[in-house]
Ligand binder design. Structure first.
Ligand code: HEC
Length: 198
């Protein structure tokens, strides 16, 4: 036998051996092994059972370890506040998200004035400054973004929970801005406005 043929023969023999026995597909060896049944007895634990209660103070894996509430509901009803600190940063984030995801239909000012809205034949995206929509609770706005409303689709797939709240905060800022009275403005802002109008 030539030198080159030797490894080929070895490989063929190995393959033949593997074929004759075949891989062990039986799961018997896994079924027949000593193990505990969830509700069975155990001599190991003091209470004689396999299942043990979690130790006191154990934290469920699903619990959000953030003290800030992000839920739209509190004791069953929708909240009327944004459960995140409404900072300038959050509003900026809300503005960016709104301009990307909502403005195409509701207009950058939220007034429903835009090219797409003008072309929508069936139901037009409403102005977010309508009396009824200005009265929506934060939790209701959140639910509209998260679940969609009528013809409007859900934005849950595109906006994270925090982003949805950021959009809610920004929509409320737009609503406030559209309807703010001069005497409600903070001093410095009012002076700036008066200077600009002069
Ligand atoms: C593709 C167009 C489109 C986009 C994008 C869109 N909307 Fe709408 N929206 C609509 C239409 C159409 C309606 C009216 C639906 C109906 O009455 O069936 C509506 C309704 C609403 C309402 C009023 C619900 C009510 O109670 O009457 C709010 C608030 C709203 N949208 C907010 C948003 C926000 C916030 C975003 C961005 C996350 C957004 N929309 C993105 C088309 C859109």
């Amino acid at each position: 036998m030539t030198r080159a043929a030797r490894p080929i023969l070895a490989a063929l023999l190995f393959a033949a051996a593997a074929c004759s026995r075949g891989p062990d597909l039986s799961l018997d060896r896994m079924i027949r092994q000593s193990r505990y049944e969830a509700y069975g007895p155990s001599a190991f634990f003091a209470n004689g059972a396999v299942l043990q209660s979690p130790p006191e103070g154990a934290v469920p894996r699903e619990r959000v370890l953030d003290p800030v509430r992000r839920d739209a509901r509190e004791e069953g009803s929708l909240v009327d506040y944004v459960p995140l600190p409404v900072t300038r940063e959050l509003l900026e984030r809300g503005r960016r998200r709104f301009d990307i995801y909502c403005a195409v239909c509701h207009g950058t000012a939220g007034d429903g004035e835009c090219f797409v809205a003008a072309k929508m034949a069936l139901i037009k995206p409403p102005s977010l400054h309508e009396e009824r929509l200005r009265k929506l609770k934060s939790g209701e706005l959140y639910t509209i973004v998260a679940q969609g409303y009528g013809l409007m689709e859900s934005y849950a797939g595109l906006l994270s929970v925090d982003d949805r709240w950021a959009v809610v905060a920004y929509v409320q800022a737009l609503q406030l801005a559209e309807n703010a009275r001069a005497d409600e403005l903070p001093g410095a802002v009012r002076e700036e406005m008066e200077r600009a109008l002069r």
